[in-house]
Design a protein around this ligand. Structure first.
Ligand code: CMC
Length: 431
């Protein structure tokens, strides 16, 4: 391939460099386009737009490949714990034993919320969506930890990252306890990240929740598989907000809001509702697929902007759901329905032509349900998993794009210059 692209406008040619990434992906560098030609590019939904270079996560959507810092995600099955992967994403390499211990100790040290923060939970109605509470309380961390506001140096950044990764789990658990009218359970320093979270969710003051290894491993894997996914909607939001030099907490709070929507992280809730509806109303999976094809419904947990092949996370989560249910000695009719929907869709020309495959959200809800986590907490769990990715991208953006605010352009299609009409002279439509 040549290393430049030529663009001809009104007979005049312009040359633009082609950048090639470490895995051979190429992009035309149009940074000088507007200066030179007066034109911009138009790409609603950004399907063809690279907003940055990044060394964190590689996806090959045609082949169904996902790697964190070069490591294929399949190698995380039965391997590391979530905190090791968080370190890998944020700091660019696997931690040594000393680094891992020190980071784990920092997480333990910062697991508690300021007692003042606890009162904020009381202000929310019991029925408040936990994603709204999560975003608000992550933002509120900026008020309680002003020392982390300006984390340009490595040590302050490391501390802010540890604080956030640790506290998001406490906030999530407290949001759930508040919704149930249950007392808040303090973190237990003897427990590791995942068991500590389940303890804060499910223990009672008089009864300690015992987390068995099967549950721990299933949630650990689920968090790892959600930990990063390059420039998705919420991560791009975090980078966008961070580009204005907003602090880490504010940027990640914005990421939570972006994740909330049903086309993004909120899809895991919608998948469960869909499977439950099919089950309760005895809908035939064939009939539901038919509805999805005719546009009456959407097959939630299917399709992806980048994957035009199997999402490798869906494969791993489907297998993990089977393993978990077998180990717990349970059956879940929703898993059978999901398997049937997948089987039918993957043989149907509508889904084949459009290259629609199960995505990460298709099986995750079955796992969370088996762990006893209520449906309205599913996207919160996604956020806990995605946080290391957001932090890694926030830092990368701060280092690579220093002082360059993200500010897309537009093609204006509104009125041309129009004069102001005084109120008394306007008709009933305001004209
Ligand atoms: N069910 C039925 N038809 C679908 C689906 C689906 N789940 N997804 C896409 N299509 C059809 C769509 O109607 C369109 O058909 P046509 O060309 O005839 O108009 C075609 O496939 C292309 O779809 P699109 O909406 O233009 O594709 P996109 O890249 O803009 O959207 C998506 C990707 C993930 C938003 C979409 O596939 C979708 O809505 N899926 C269901 C929601 C979901 O599972 N979201 C989770 C995404 S993965 C995790 C995450 O990001 O959090």
């Amino acid at each position: 391939m040549t290393n430049t692209a030529t663009l001809i406008i009104d007979g005049q040619s312009y040359e633009y460099p082609i950048l090639v990434g470490s895995e051979g992906e190429c992009g035309i560098d149009i940074r000088e386009l507007r200066n030179q030609t007066g034109c911009i590019t138009l790409d609603p939904g950004y399907g063809n737009t690279g907003s940055c270079t990044s060394a964190i996560t590689f996806i090959d959507g045609d082949q169904g490949i996902l790697r964190y810092r070069g490591i294929p995600i399949e190698q995380f099955d039965n391997g590391p714990n979530f905190i090791e992967v968080a370190w890998l994403l944020i700091f660019g390499r696997l931690p040594s034993q000393v680094e891992y211990r020190s980071f784990a100790n920092d997480l333990n040290a910062h697991a508690n919320l300021d007692e003042g923060m606890k009162h904020h939970f009381e202000g929310f109605p019991r029925t408040a969506p936990p994603m709204a509470i999560l975003s608000a309380m992550i933002n509120a961390l900026s008020c309680f930890h002003p020392e982390d506001q300006d984390c340009e140096d490595d040590e302050t950044f490391r501390m802010a990252a540890a604080r956030l990764i640790s506290k998001i789990r406490t906030i999530a658990a407290y949001a759930y306890r508040h919704s149930q009218g249950l007392p808040y359970i303090y973190p237990d320093h003897k427990l590791r990240y995942v068991p500590n979270f389940l303890h804060m969710l499910f223990s009672q003051p008089y009864n300690h929740f015992e987390c068995d290894e099967v549950m721990r491993d299933a949630l650990n894997l689920l968090l790892i598989l959600h930990a990063d996914h390059e420039q998705n909607c919420s991560t791009s939001t975090v980078r966008m907000v961070g580009s204005s030099q907003a602090n880490l907490f504010a940027s990640c709070a914005a990421g939570v809001c972006a994740l909330w929507g049903p086309l993004h992280g909120g899809a895991n809730v919608e998948v469960l509702h869909m499977l439950d509806d099919i089950h309760k109303n005895n809908v035939k999976p064939e009939e539901y697929v038919q509805r999805a094809k005719s546009g009456q419904a959407r097959l939630m947990g299917f399709g992806h902007r980048v994957y035009k092949n199997f999402d490798p996370r869906a494969k791993m989560l489907g297998a993990a759901a089977e393993r978990l249910l077998t180990s717990l000695g349970r059956q879940d009719p929703l898993l059978d329905i999901a398997r049937k929907l997948e089987e039918i869709a993957l043989q149907d020309p509508y889904f084949i032509e459009r290259k629609l495959y199960p995505n990460v959200d298709f099986y995750s809800g079955i796992i969370l349900r088996a762990l006893g986590i209520p449906t309205n907490m599913f996207t919160v769990i996604f956020a806990i998993g995605r946080l290391p990715g957001w932090i890694a991208h926030w830092r990368e953006q701060q280092q690579l794009m220093a002082n360059k605010i993200a500010r897309p352009r537009q093609i204006y299609t509104g009125n041309v210059k129009t004069d102001y009409t005084p109120m008394a002279n306007r008709n009933s439509t305001g004209a």
